[in-house]
Design a protein around this ligand. Structure first.
Ligand code: NAI
Ligand code: 15L
Length: 268
């Protein structure tokens, strides 16, 4: 049967807030978890991904998990290690112990951020492009994807790892015109990832059907995802304000954008 009760981790965050609004429309009952209280949701579980007992209780009885919680930008290695690496491990262990069979993992374009972005007639970036994390943050998403593969191969827990581009109400940069995932398409993709059969561990790109798309959506569409949106209506205004991307600018040359060129965050 299709999953109905879903634990949404990271429910207080930007994407979590959008998905709290949209996923019930696809028929889900959400259980919410975050390190921070979730505004207007007194029943939300307030817990750190470091708290294994709390995670075990949180996943008990749900049909599936959408795992958004964690640090969503570059940070020191220690912080990434605790929240994204150990935290994701703790969540998968809780799922294994409680018999939850399906997880949707919020991976990121930054797992492959050093990949040159297509220019001119270049082909779209394929889903099996080699890992090229652009930050410790991106590296933690590579870990999450590999953890998902391990838990499928060893324990039979299925995951769809969604390499999300940029999921915000509107694109706010010229780069985002290429990687934008509208919130409505995000909900469609998560719904497909929760309901498609026999996914094992599947990695997909997460974006709308943008005119300026940089990557291939075939594996996402194979789950039944049919994107409805395109960032192009926002292009005129953004290009007028910011200009077209400059291939000579290193922050414009690769998928990860400024994550590639931002100074590293020290100390380790
Ligand atoms: P966000 O930073 O707004 O939300 C993350 C949430 O996780 C926050 O509410 C935070 O309190 C919670 N959190 C952080 N550490 C935690 C811990 N140790 N225990 C429990 N909760 C913790 O980020 P956003 O934009 O909502 O992203 C959600 C997920 O999607 C993240 O995993 C991010 O890496 C991923 N993602 C998001 C993209 C986007 O365009 N919004 C793009 C690519 C990936
Ligand atoms: C991400 O992984 C971040 O979580 C999000 O805040 C955006 O920066 C996004 O990537 C992006 O690349 O635009």
């Amino acid at each position: 049967p299709a999953p109905r009760t879903v634990l949404l981790t990271g429910a207080a965050g930007g994407l979590g807030t959008l998905m709290r609004e949209l996923l019930p429309g696809h028929g889900y009952e959400l259980r919410l978890l975050d390190l921070l209280p979730v505004e207007g949701e007194p029943d939300a579980i307030v817990a750190d991904l470091a708290d294994r007992d709390a995670l075990r209780e949180a996943v008990r009885g749900v049909d599936a998990i959408i795992h958004l919680a964690g640090i969503s930008l570059e940070a020191s290695f220690d912080k990434i290690l605790a929240a994204n690496i150990e935290g994701t491990y703790n969540l998968y262990e809780a799922a294994r112990e409680e018999g939850v069979g399906r997880i949707v993992f919020a991976s990121s374009n930054h797992a492959v951020g050093y990949t040159p972005r297509p220019q001119g007639d270049d082909p779209l970036i394929p889903i099996d492009t080699p890992r090229r994390p652009d930050t410790f943050y991106g590296l933690s998403k590579c870990f999450g994807e590999d953890l998902a593969q391990l838990y499928w191969d060893k324990h039979g827990i299925e995951t769809v790892s969604v390499r999300i581009g940029s999921c915000f109400p509107e694109p706010t940069s010229v780069r985002m015109l290429s990687v934008w995932m509208s919130p409505a398409d995000g909900a469609r993709l998560f719904h497909a990832a929760l309901t498609a059969e026999n996914v094992g561990h599947t990695v997909v790109h997460g974006s709308s059907a943008n005119t300026r798309l940089w990557w291939d959506l075939t594996s996402a569409r194979a789950l039944g995802y049919e994107p409805q949106d395109d960032s192009e209506p926002y292009a005129g205004k953004l290009v007028a304000e910011q200009g077209e991307l400059d291939p000579g600018n290193p922050a414009h040359a690769r998928l990860g954008g400024h994550f590639v060129t931002d100074p590293p965050i020290w100390p380790y």
